[in-house]
Design a protein around this ligand. Structure first.
Ligand SMILES: Nc1ncnc2c1ncn2[C@@H]1O[C@H](COP(=O)(O)OP(=O)(O)OP(=O)(O)O)[C@@H](O)[C@H]1O
Length: 510
């Protein structure tokens, strides 16, 4: 397995570092993080889809397709490709309809579906005419977005992870800026099973690459701090396949649930809050209420402690139709629990939002929220966990409760007995530290010493008194994302040293 990953990394590095870039195609005018000009969006998708030439002559007996493959199988593959194209085009165009009621939105989406193939063909004609101009424009730059030229200069390409369809690599663009490169994993499960069935690497590649194109489209359309940023993309010809696509995105680190359980509560709370903010945005997104059909921790990464969704290829805005006479139409099924939602105006009410919320509960909240939380916050957290586990709240209410907990934590309202006087006296010394004399505690911000976050010096004194080893502590000048200060607790103070900005406290009964 390890050897395979190393070989893949080497192959990837070869194609990006040394591969010919003569055929590189930039898309001028694609500038992430700028205004959502509808026309620019349309041309982005039109160009994307027109690169994936879906031929009407796609039939058995052509050079790339063995005769043993049946016409039915090929039609099936072609339908799948068209289906994915239609979906991408819908995401590109439903933006103005987000405020529409579900029924109207559905009608518009059906119309969109009917028109998508015609629009695709028109886009392809347009592309054929525009390709030469595009190549010429490429020489002038990529409109501010990252592109193939940046990949050509990338260093230290390393395999990060892969799933059914995609492989992800880390690449250094310069000494202080690294990105993630996402491309179709040619030896991944999706490609292998497709090629086995249809014997056409090129067409299977097109099918798989639509997952990346869908993801890029959603990253572009959905701008939120908890959705990974798309920096750009690159189309280039490889030896066997024309116009292979690589998305260039923000780099994160994969979520390790076991590791997360060992991190301080404040960091775990941050992940749950990030997730609630994301789900709130998705429920009210410009594309409609969006659900993550494949919702597992591996679809998320951490960027500087903030949770961000990376895998958007299974996201959907489809509403679920129902009839008032058949209550089971709106059943939401999970391995350990089923729910039946209400049916109104022919659609299951809030089903996308509720699916996301229950998944957030079962994969994140239940593990990360209550465990080692400050005791005064536990009743609030228990209510959040119970209410999401029972699907009693929507995302608005869930987020409001989590924001309230953040506010209490930030302002030290979780501290019990604020009027209580500590028995031991401490001496304060400015600009001093204790370099050694560490002990370990849990859950520390550093594994080889006891570093915890506190709201105030009073809280730090309380912590020191609850640790048998503690004889002194240093208020560092570092703080956490909530503004809490990081404090180093020490077993003694025999090795004091000057350190500007630090405040040292020593126990006078030591
Ligand atoms: N931007 C990123 N930074 C770091 N790691 C990432 C990034 N994007 C994805 N990964 C890692 O790569 C893995 C594969 O990516 P992704 O989930 O997009 O592929 P996939 O083929 O769609 O997977 P799946 O089979 O889960 O649908 C992820 O599980 C994640 O751990």
């Amino acid at each position: 397995m390890k050897r395979r990953k190393t070989m893949l990394a080497a192959a990837f590095c070869f194609s990006f570092c040394f591969g010919t870039l003569m055929n590189v195609l930039f898309v001028p005018g694609f500038e992430p993080h700028q205004s959502h000009d509808a026309a620019r969006q349309r041309s982005f998708i039109a160009t994307q889809s027109s690169r994936l030439h879906i031929s009407d002559d796609f039939a058995p007996g052509t050079a790339s397709v063995p005769e043993s493959i049946t016409t039915a199988a090929l039609s099936e593959l072609r339908l799948q490709i068209r289906g994915r194209l239609g979906e991408v085009l819908r995401y590109q165009s439903v933006v103005e309809d987000a405020a529409a009621r579900p029924l109207e939105r559905r009608r518009l989406m059906d119309l969109e579906r009917a028109n998508s193939w015609n629009r695709y063909r028109a886009a392809e004609d347009h592309h054929a005419r525009g390709t030469r101009a595009t190549r010429r424009a490429a020489a002038g730059g990529s409109g501010g977005a990252l592109g193939c030229g940046d990949l050509e200069r990338a260093n230290s390409v390393q395999f990060v992870g892969s799933g059914y369809t995609k492989a992800v690599y880390r690449a250094e663009l310069n000494s202080s800026f690294s990105v993630a490169l996402k491309s179709v994993d040619l030896s991944g499960h999706d490609m292998e099973s497709c090629v086995k069935r249809y014997s056409s690497t090129e067409d299977c590649y097109r099918l798989a690459s639509f997952k990346i194109i869908k993801e890029m489209t959603l990253m572009e359309r959905l701008q939120h701090p908890n959705i990974l940023k798309l920096y750009g993309y690159c189309y280039q010809d490889s030896n066997d396949i024309k116009d292979t696509v690589t998305a260039i995105t923000e780099l994160g680190s994969p979520l390790e649930m076991i590791q997360l359980l060992q991190t301080p509560w404040e960091e775990r709370f941050r992940i749950c809050l990030s997730l609630a903010r994301l789900l709130h945005y998705l429920a009210h997104s410009p594309l409609g209420s969006l659900t993550l059909l494949d919702f597992r921790p591996r679809q998320f990464v951490l960027v500087d402690g903030e949770l961000k969704v990376t895998d958007l290829d299974d996201a959907s805005v489809e509403d679920m139709p129902c009839s008032a006479s058949s209550p089971t139409d709106c059943s939401l099924e999970f391995p350990a629990r089923n729910f039946t939602l209400s049916c109104s105006s022919g659609y299951c009410q809030g089903i996308n939002e509720k699916r996301n919320l229950y998944n957030a509960y079962r994969f994140f909240f239940t593990y990360l929220l209550p465990h080692s939380a400050p005791s005064a916050l536990r009743p609030f957290l228990a209510t959040i966990v119970n209410s999401t586990g029972e699907l009693l709240w929507d995302t608005d209410e869930t987020l409001a409760h989590l924001e309230k907990v953040l506010d209490m934590y930030r302002n030290g309202h979780y501290l019990l007995n604020v009027t209580q006087r500590h028995k031991t006296k401490y001496k304060q010394m400015e600009d001093m530290t204790i370099p050694g004399e560490n002990y370990r505690c849990w859950p520390s911000y550093q594994h080889d010493r006891c570093m915890l976050s506190v709201y105030s010096v009073d809280e730090a004194i309380g912590v020191c008194e609850s640790h048998a080893q503690c004889r002194a502590f240093i208020m560092t000048n570092q703080s956490t994302w909530t503004g809490h200060q990081l404090v180093l607790f020490k077993t003694g103070f025999s090795t004091m040293a000057r350190d500007k900005g630090k405040l040292m406290y020593i126990r006078l009964d030591s």
